[in-house]
Design a protein around this ligand. Structure first.
Ligand code: NAD
Length: 284
């Protein structure tokens, strides 16, 4: 019988824990963690993500500042805002909601966030630290996935983990994290040959592709753990993942649903990183 990993529930219990941590910081040190979120343009999905982040900040007691800039904001205007936030002692975390309008160089923007405030952990310094295992922050989605696996008592050590997707924010850092947890890791992507055969050897299959129902039961080894990172819209406009949940659940041992699986964990890990950033900056 498949076990459905309830990311919403696991993330809620983390949020409760973080609220206590923040209450403690306030009462013991008179410190309130603060997160600055920058959004450029009017991408509707970005607005939803930013609102969700704001709501969770409020629940925990993290102060959130939203900077909403028009689509025609120049790269230098955005950089100026970031330099200012880097200097502000009352701001502990800086997050630039991606994607940015095409006239702005995303890489340049991310590289100019002070690494100790880079709560998304997209900055090259933070990405590099993940390679050695000597990190302060982990990118939120990969960290959330590993947390979900551990919280569900899924053994990672010695398992073959197949990750489909090689993005800098999910696939690549997740591969490193799974390696640090002693999995044997294969990363697949759009040019991979024999994808089906490789997937069938996975004890843990993680799909981060961005294609609705791309993974069906024909590529799953019976009893595999299946993690669905995808956030897509189906033909009826409903949110769905990369995995055909209804078919795959009959063959997997564990599966994450969409929505309510990996998504809520991403926000929880952002909160964790904001608290960590505060502790680091205040030398606590
Ligand atoms: P991306 O969009 O940058 O890249 C997609 C990846 O899929 C690429 O590495 C590509 O090589 C691979 N791919 C595409 N077609 C393929 C095919 N036919 N066979 C094998 N591989 C193929 O990736 P991303 O930014 O990591 O996003 C992936 C999905 O995860 C999206 O749906 C995104 O919305 C979602 N996402 C969810 C969360 C969350 O919190 N749940 C966070 C980040 C991304």
């Amino acid at each position: 019988m498949v076990k459905i990993i309830n990311g919403k529930e696991i993330s809620n219990s983390l949020i409760e824990k973080f609220k206590k941590n923040v209450d403690n910081l306030k009462s013991e040190y008179n410190i309130c963690p603060a997160l600055a979120v920058i959004i450029v343009g009017d991408n509707p999905a970005s607005k939803v993500y930013v609102n969700n982040k704001k709501k969770v900040c409020e629940k925990i007691g993290i102060k959130s500042y939203e900077f909403t800039l028009p689509t025609n904001t120049t790269e230098s205007e955005l950089l100026k805002l970031i330099y200012g936030l880097n200097r502000r002692e009352d701001i502990n975390g800086i997050l630039v909601q991606l994607p940015l309008p095409s006239h702005i160089n995303e890489k340049k923007i991310i590289e100019n966030i002070n690494p100790i405030k880079d709560v998304d952990a997209f900055n090259e310094i933070n990405i590099g630290k993940i390679m050695t295992g000597n990190f302060n922050f982990l990118p939120c989605t990969p960290a959330g996935i590993v947390y979900l696996l551990k919280e569900s008592n899924i053994k990672i050590e010695g398992k073959h983990c197949v990750i489909i997707g090689r993005s800098n924010i999910v696939g690549k850092p997740l591969a490193m994290l799974m390696l640090h947890n002693d999995a044997t890791v294969t990363i697949c992507h759009s040019k991979t040959k024999n994808l089906k055969e490789i997937c069938k050897t996975a004890d843990i299959l993680i799909a981060a592709i961005g294609k609705p129902a791309f993974i069906s039961c024909d590529v799953i080894k019976p009893g595999a753990v299946v993690v669905d990172v995808g956030i897509n819209r189906d033909i009826n406009g409903h949110i769905c993942g990369d995995v055909d949940f209804e078919k795959v659940k009959d063959i997997a041992s564990f599966i994450t649903p969409v929505p309510g699986g990996v998504g809520p964990m991403t926000i929880a890990m952002l909160m964790k990183n904001t608290i960590t950033a505060t502790l680091l900056q205040k030398n606590i």
